[in-house]
Design a protein around this ligand. Structure first.
Ligand code: S3P
Length: 173
């Protein structure tokens, strides 16, 4: 019987903790981490804001799709996805082929607290208010939830706790 690859795709809005939880899976489970933004920035030799500025958002989204395709054939990898990845249906199909999709969530207030001093996210640069974050979050919510095999809230939880919750709930799927 063919077994599906056991990768984990962490999805969700900017600042929900995808990168932190990916690192936790690396420590707890020895899974290799793929940090999508970091790889795209390295491949292009420039920061994410510079990619948006010079090449435009569409170019960046195509880079995300291409990187996801490269995950086929990989196993035991935890992928920290950029927050916009599940907005493309084809990206969701690609993720489903090689693993489980975990949606991390947090309140807009928590997200604001986590992103307020960071300048690497062009879509938030002029939107760093609870209202701005809530508006974009509401536009995306349906697609995030539709894509997810599991939904995990991260408010007031530490990384290890979240990781253990994911492992436990994945076992019961
Ligand atoms: C984006 C999220 C960012 C990055 C880019 C766009 C988005 O990644 O890919 O700034 O559209 O939500 P993180 O979710 O890792 O911050």
């Amino acid at each position: 019987m063919e077994t599906k690859a056991d990768n984990i795709f962490l999805i969700g809005f900017m600042g929900v903790g995808k990168s932190t939880i990916a690192k936790c899976f690396n420590h707890m489970r020895g899974m290799e981490v793929v940090e999508m933004d970091q790889i795209i920035a390295e491949d292009n030799g420039m920061s994410i804001p510079a990619i948006f500025e010079i090449h435009g958002e569409e170019y960046f989204r195509n880079q995300e799709t291409e990187l996801l395709r490269q995950m086929q054939g990989r196993t035991n990898v935890v992928i920290s996805c950029g927050g916009g990845v599940p907005m493309r249906e084809s990206n969701v199909e690609e993720m489903r082929k090689s693993g489980k999709i975990i949606l991390l969530t947090a309140k807009p207030e928590t997200i604001l607290e986590r992103v307020k001093d960071n300048h690497d996210r062009p879509l938030l640069e002029n939107n760093k208010t609870v209202e701005g974050i809530s508006e974009l979050l509401n536009k995306r919510k349906e697609k995030y939830e539709k894509a997810a095999d599991l939904i995990i809230n991260t408010d007031n939880k530490i990384a290890v706790e979240i990781c253990e919750e994911i492992i436990d709930r994945l076992r019961k799927l």
